[in-house]
Design a protein around this ligand. Sequence first.
Ligand code: AN7
Length: 366
Amino acid sequence: MAHVWRGVVHEYINRLPVDDNDEIVTLAEGGTALVRSADLSEQLHADVYIKVEGMNPTGSFKDRGMTMAMTKVKSSGTQIVACASTGNTSASAAAYAGAAGLECAVILPAGKIAAGKIAQAIVHGAQLVAVDGNFDDCLRIVRQLTEKYPVALVNSVNPYRLQGQKTAAFEIVDTLGDAPDIHVLPVGNAGNISAYWMGYCEYAGKKTASTFEESWKSEKPVATKVPQMWGVQAQGAAPFIAGHPIDNPETVATAIRIGNPASWDYAVAARDDSHGNITCVSDKQILHAQARLAAKTGIFVEPASAASVAGLLQHHERGHVPEGATIVCTVTGNGLKDTATALGDRDVNPAVIAPRLEEAVVALGL
Ligand code: AN7
């Protein structure tokens, strides 16, 4: 019988901090595809794989962390969860809170969330609060809120989030047979780069600053090496390039419109200990990469996700990508969440014809 994927906590339970009496809250997240891009592999003279995190139940990688975080909140007896979000965290938190039978409050920067993500938070039953400020303001408020009220924080400063998210690195190694040479991913609040680095290190038998003693069960190493971590930010929201938090982040990739990343130290450690780098790309490069990935590889991702591909292409133009390397690019969220940005000023109204073959032939210029 075919193996039925049971979600990341069940699949990797030996490497996660799960207690016997935890009731696992899951939507069968993870197990996402690793797709080889012929287009990018050919151009770079390398093996380029795309880790398609838009295939998760709420359409982004956040579900990997949310299954773990929500499982622990449920065990703690707290009835309400809260998060700040640029959209995907709130969509995921709302869905998992619903599945767990918990209330969910989300604090969002007003006017800066893609329509699909707002729809998810609403339909999954969360209570929404819009703040006249950016994500960093929202995170500050939600941290204060959860300190003073009986409300559990499910942003990635909740360490269980990173524990769940590290499973994406496990899946990649399990699929490829070893770690890739280079791993490229977008960086916003910097939780994901920290989580991947932890996952790769644990699979190679090493610990990192963010490794949980509780989950470190000294399983045998699976990988013989770790990849270089190449993080990519949007030019207008690139605190790691500036070397310090920035005040007014701005980018078309609203998911990574973040100026003061919470996991700063872990991300710097991931970059430096892996001999990697964090670079930035323009909004124009992001939109170009989004269109190319959709048209030539067949994967429609949201703008923040396309930052990873844009960053990889920029490294290639600068001659920094070694020929023959095995490269994995994480695309973090589904393109359907933000169709307005993807379409831009493209004409979305095809010519209307009478219902006759000849007219279709003429319209298509055949
Ligand atoms: C599609 O939802 O921060 O560097 O509040 O949605 O781990 O923050 C989203 C982040 C990349 C950046 N790609 O990951 C939120 C939020 C997508 C994202 C990131 C986000 P981190």
